[in-house]
Design a protein around this ligand. Sequence first.
Ligand code: NAD
Length: 497
Amino acid sequence: MTATHVPGLPVIEDGRLISTNPATGEEAGRVPVADEKAVLAAVERAREAALWWQGLGFAGRRTRMLRWRSLIVQRIEELAELTHRESGKPVTDGLIEATAAVEHLDWAARNAKRVLGPRRVRTRLLVAEHSGHLEYQPYGVVGVIGPWNYPIVTPVGPISGALAAGNAIVFKPSEYTPVVGQWLADSFAEVVPEHPVLQVVHGLGDVGGALCRSGVAKISFTGSTATAKKVMAACAENLVPVVLEAGGKDALIVDADADVEAAAEAAVWGAMTNAGQTCIGIERVYAVEPVYDRFVDAVVAKAGKLRTGEEIGPITMPKQLDIIRDHIEDALAKGGRAVLGGADAVQAPYVSPTVLVDVPEDSSEMREETFGPTLTITKVRDADEAVTKANDTPYGLGGSVFGKKNAIRIARRLRSGMVAVNGTLTFVGMGNLPFGGVGESGFGRIHGDDGLREFARAKAITVRRGPSLLPAMTFERTPAQVKQIVKALRLLYGRKP
Ligand code: NAD
């Protein structure tokens, strides 16, 4: 790399994307950049691969997916080390991230048949002579577009659901973490060498755009809200359905009967893990008045022990440093106070843990995704005020509640797709729970039963099992039969409930 290269910033040279470590600038690897023609060719190959993969059936796919799972587990250190080299995140963070990916792969492989397989449904009166059947069929080729912040688990989540459902995949990893994306596709090819069921295409946003327009049957996008809107617009051109996993501004509520120490520990982890570059990261805390002081002290004590370059890795995307600095400065300018870190926290490529209090609700630190190791703590009267303030954002991804008596009731009232009670981010570790947002955080779900159905189309079939006693759906019915149908309807459904 030359001296003019900014560490971590992807560079394209001679048709190759060069990926570097954001802390050291060391090269993590280089991959070929795809043009539109290459994307179309990958999708074309994937169409054939999809037919073969679908033909393996649930059992055949399950075996292959479980083999891939085991291979990832066997090489988990290698994968975590590579993720560290490329994104800068601590190796232990990479290990934990890979653990979650393994969970989703395992769960999707084992549960696809139950969720998507053919089943009979109960017959209904109007067509009592027909049996009803339901199954979920794969789309064919699914395009997966991924971000850099969790380069293992964010693609493996939708890839698991889409593979288990019987689709082939063309995956466009983030230009900041292409080497990890390539590793995933290469390791999959070791257990599925016959056909290119999981391919990877590399490049900047235009390659993602080309994938949206390539004829894929569905797009699973994970990334920022701004890009999600572009992806949806591109997909709209051909009515390609999308699942959008976008940004967030997640809140944690500390109620009066919370275990304050546990809440502080979880808040610090939820806010600072992966240097705060977490879509479901905790960015705001609303703590009720009786526990507020104790909570702030505990958070400062715990976050103050974290060291940049150790637990807190570098900011992976260099331009995010400016956003984090702007948010902190805006919060301080508007009357907020830093009780840890603050104005000088940003020392490229690192940001030291920053805890802000008294930050006005209209500052960018409270309204926009910061994506750094910063946390605001706001004192509120009671849980009602906490819920109102937590929900006062266009985003709605995850969230957290600490408390006892009312914690679950509060969790239900948070406008978000997921909430962890007495924990943070924990829902992402359960393969059987759906994951996704509301509002500007996107729509659709990955993981769990819903995440499997996201990658398949419901197919309804009726089968005649005898002659029609009350034929409704034919021109050959008689007026008397129609009268009987109406009479039966009155008898069954006419009474007021
Ligand atoms: P990003 O939107 O910049 O990029 C995401 C991907 O989209 C990249 O692969 C990029 O190359 C591609 N892309 C860019 N322009 C495109 C276009 N016009 N058409 C198609 N693809 C295009 O996001 P990022 O910076 O990589 O990731 C960080 C963001 O992702 C944060 O906002 C974070 O909250 C969000 N995120 C969400 C989830 C979730 O599950 N909801 C998970 C992780 C990250």
